[in-house]
Design a protein around this ligand. Structure first.
Ligand code: NAG
Ligand code: NAG
Ligand code: NAG
Ligand code: NAG
Ligand code: NAG
Length: 137
């Protein structure tokens, strides 16, 4: 990645839109009440990226990420977004799709394939795993 400065303007060059891929974290299966953090990363760095997290066809989180030209020279690039559930409930069980929009150098959008979050109910998993408590009744 190179950055070329013209006066106060800086252009990101060497960005390949053809190879822009959105990678989401793998599917997770958790228990109710756990803290869950799923991520979405993309393979190129852009000056500005809009990230939409979608659930059930509805955008539930919008984020705008900026990369300053000077930062493009460093390693720690800002090409991930995360969605955190501090206390997950069964209602959060769903596939979450990350949609990434880039404006510069060209308007492009990419969808991730999604992360499926499965939230297991504490009570029903007790019945499945604990035969002894059923016997003692
Ligand atoms: C979620 O995970 C990402 C990537 O591992 C990390 O950068 C972020 O800080 C995490 N967020 C929380 C709230 O734990
Ligand atoms: C983030 O962008 C940098 C710079 O283009 C790239 O080297 C890195 O692989 C990207 N990270 C991911 C997870 O794609
Ligand atoms: C998590 O959510 C459940 C159900 O809404 C609630 O009963 C519980 O107190 C919450 N726990 C925390 C640590 O917020
Ligand atoms: C889950 O959704 C149902 C139906 O929309 C609602 O009645 C219930 O209160 C929700 N439970 C939690 C823990 O958010
Ligand atoms: C991304 O997903 C949205 C919503 O489902 C859809 O409208 C859009 O066409 C998709 N974009 C691409 C590039 O597949």
């Amino acid at each position: 990645m190179f950055c070329i400065s013209y006066h106060k303007m800086c252009l990101f060059t060497g960005v390949s839109l053809d190879t822009l891929v959105v990678i989401q974290s793998p599917d997770v299966s958790v228990m109710e009440g756990e803290t869950v953090n799923i991520t979405c990363c993309w393979t190129e760095m852009f000056e500005r990226v809009w990230v939409h997290w979608r659930k059930n066809g509805i955008t539930i989180r919008r984020q705008v990420l900026h990369n300053k030209a000077q930062e493009s020279l460093k390693k720690d690039t800002n090409n991930c977004s995360s969605l955190t559930f501090p206390n997950i409930t069964r209602n959060d069980s769903r596939r979450y799709i990350c949609r990434v929009f880039v404006g510069i150098p060209l308007p492009v959008e990419r969808n991730g394939t999604g992360t499926l979050v499965t939230v297991n109910d504490l009570e029903s998993s007790d019945y499945d795993s604990d035969d002894h408590s059923a016997d003692s009744r």
